[in-house]
Design a protein around this ligand. Structure first.
Ligand SMILES: NC(=O)c1ccc[n+]([C@@H]2O[C@H](COP(=O)([O-])OP(=O)(O)OC[C@H]3O[C@@H](n4cnc5c(N)ncnc54)[C@H](OP(=O)(O)O)[C@@H]3O)[C@@H](O)[C@H]2O)c1
Length: 328
């Protein structure tokens, strides 16, 4: 049975705990997915310029606003991509995102990653390595954050936050400006629980949104939804395996944004179930000797920042990583 918890952010805005992710949703799929989601009760949609599908999300929003929901009833998040970290590019990219989504404002705008790419290059890899081309002359996180801080006054965003930021990154921008992010969106599932970061963010009223809650398996290992321990709990509770993982993600008060383009999954992922402490502990234990991060920050920043949990799949790339995050 769904209970659809709502969380209050530091700016007072209500955020529905379960939202819809839109990354890797193929062309023509995401428009349908967002429409289905809103028609079935979702009020929180996660977007980003780099997903290159915001125009389709926008087309879906056009179909449901205002006929199904009022604009102010849907919480829309988007993210500043790495190639727009220069202060003069920040509002320009926000304008592009608003145009793609067909909106006047966002509820939350995040700095997508703590790393700057050369302006004008969405995504460029070094020819012979997996590593991204980094703008070593790019702005520091603090410089970009100062440009973000100006945005709420324009009326184009209600709140600002970050994504994939470590404790050191958040401390750095907050101490330099006195402005704490409203949220930090991070990869979070039983194999990458990030408890220390979670605790730090709680202390400072920085809301955590957990992405890849089903352990989006882009590196081809066994899927979290297929773990027998997850299935055993799902069978006992009479819910889906994915619902167990989403409930694990929500247990500590985080919002959770599972992505699906399949109608039955979009609907069932939204039906929140509650885990007992015992079941929560069983799922947490899956990550005890099995640490895994699916989204790979070492390709952007050196793992010498001790707050990045690096897993065995990262080691080779970690050795090759040369970039240091410039915080201040
Ligand atoms: N801030 C960041 O850097 C960042 C990074 C990654 C993701 N995100 C956000 O977080 C969202 C969610 O993360 P994610 O997309 O990486 O991974 P995810 O939501 O953990 O997993 C998505 C995968 O699980 C499948 N799936 C969905 N529901 C399922 C179910 N009930 N049973 C079995 N499989 C199911 C989906 O396939 P179908 O679509 O076929 O159902 C898809 O392959 C993203 O879409 C994006 O909005 C943010």
């Amino acid at each position: 049975m769904s209970f659809q918890k709502t969380i209050t952010l530091s700016n007072g805005a209500p955020l529905a705990q379960i939202g819809l992710g839109t990354w890797l949703s193929k062309e023509k799929e995401v428009e349908n997915a967002v429409e289905i989601a809103i028609r079935n009760g979702y009020r929180h949609i996660d977007c980003a310029l780099i997903y290159q599908n915001q125009h389709e999300v926008g087309a879906a929003l056009k179909k449901v606003i205002p006929d199904v929901v009022k604009r102010e009833e849907v919480f829309i998040t988007s993210k500043l991509w790495n190639h727009s970290h220069h202060p003069e590019d920040v509002e320009k990219e926000l304008d592009q995102t608003l145009a793609e989504l067909g909106l006047d404002y966002l509820d939350l705008y995040l700095v997508h990653w703590p790393v700057s790419f050369p302006p004008g290059q969405l995504f460029t890899r070094h020819a012979e390595k997996q590593e991204m081309v980094i703008d070593d002359n790019g702005p520091s996180l603090v410089e970009t954050w100062k440009a973000m801080i100006k945005l709420p006054k324009t009326g184009k965003v209600k709140a600002i936050g970050v994504s994939n930021f470590s404790i050191a990154h958040i401390k750095g921008i907050a101490e330099a400006t006195g402005v704490w992010p409203a949220a930090n969106q991070i990869e979070r599932h039983p194999l990458n629980p990030q408890f220390e970061l979670l605790e730090f963010c709680k202390e400072h009223n920085v809301h955590i949104t957990s992405y890849s809650p089903l352990g989006n398996n882009i590196i081809g290992v066994k899927k979290l939804v297929d773990y027998p321990e997850v299935k055993a709990i799902a069978d006992r509770l009479g819910c889906t395996n994915a619902q167990v993982l989403i409930a694990w993600g929500a247990y500590d008060g985080c919002s959770v944004i599972p992505k699906s383009v399949q109608e039955d999954r979009i609907k069932s992922n939204f039906q929140q179930v509650k885990l007992s402490k015992e079941d929560y502990d069983i799922i947490t234990a899956l990550g005890k000797d099995n640490h895994l991060r699916f989204n790979l920050p070492f390709r952007y920043c050196t793992a010498s920042d001790p707050k990045w949990d690096v897993n065995i799949f990262d080691e080779e790339d970690e050795k090759n990583a040369t970039h240091q995050v410039k915080i201040v």
